[in-house]
Design a protein. Structure first.
Length: 147
């Protein structure tokens, strides 16, 4: 069997895997394999080592091009704080210490929830007011309100 058909099969497997995973990286690796399939079908006597080098170059170029295009477009962080939640104030419902997370509750929901796991660099007692200073994954970093 010609190597071109193997490249074609690899390209189709990578493109189908991309449809299942949605990473957008396998797509470009699959396209590079499909281009390699066309090249190896046109140039039947291409050595396998040269095919591997060509594929590596094509894949690297495709990924570099995608990374460059990704940097151009603004990132849309759906479901994540984009800074508008920083400064929101709530009340501590479970005490927080630097070594132990607690919980904070808000009058209005913050990013879809009224209660959050919260961390702080200082101890904050129950019923004390605190404000958000950062969103860290699925939790909030807070600081006590002065006063």
């Amino acid at each position: 069997m010609q190597a071109g058909w193997w490249w074609c099969a690899l390209g189709l497997v990578l493109v189908c895997s991309e449809m299942l995973l949605g990473t957008l990286y396998l797509l470009w690796l699959g396209i590079a394999a499909l281009v390699m399939a066309v090249l190896s079908l046109l140039w039947v006597d291409m050595p396998l080592a040269l095919q591997a080098v060509n594929y590596a170059v094509l894949a690297a170029l495709a990924l570099a091009m995608v990374r460059k295009l990704e940097k151009r477009k603004p990132s849309l962080r759906v479901g994540q704080a984009q800074g508008e939640e920083i400064g929101r104030e709530g009340v501590i419902t479970e005490a927080i210490s630097p070594m132990q997370p607690g919980k904070i509750r808000f009058a209005q929901g913050v990013m879809g929830s009224r209660e959050w796991v919260a961390y702080a660099d200082t101890a904050i007692a129950v019923e004390q007011a605190a404000r958000i200073i950062a969103v860290e994954g699925n939790s909030l970093r807070v600081e006590p309100l002065a006063g």
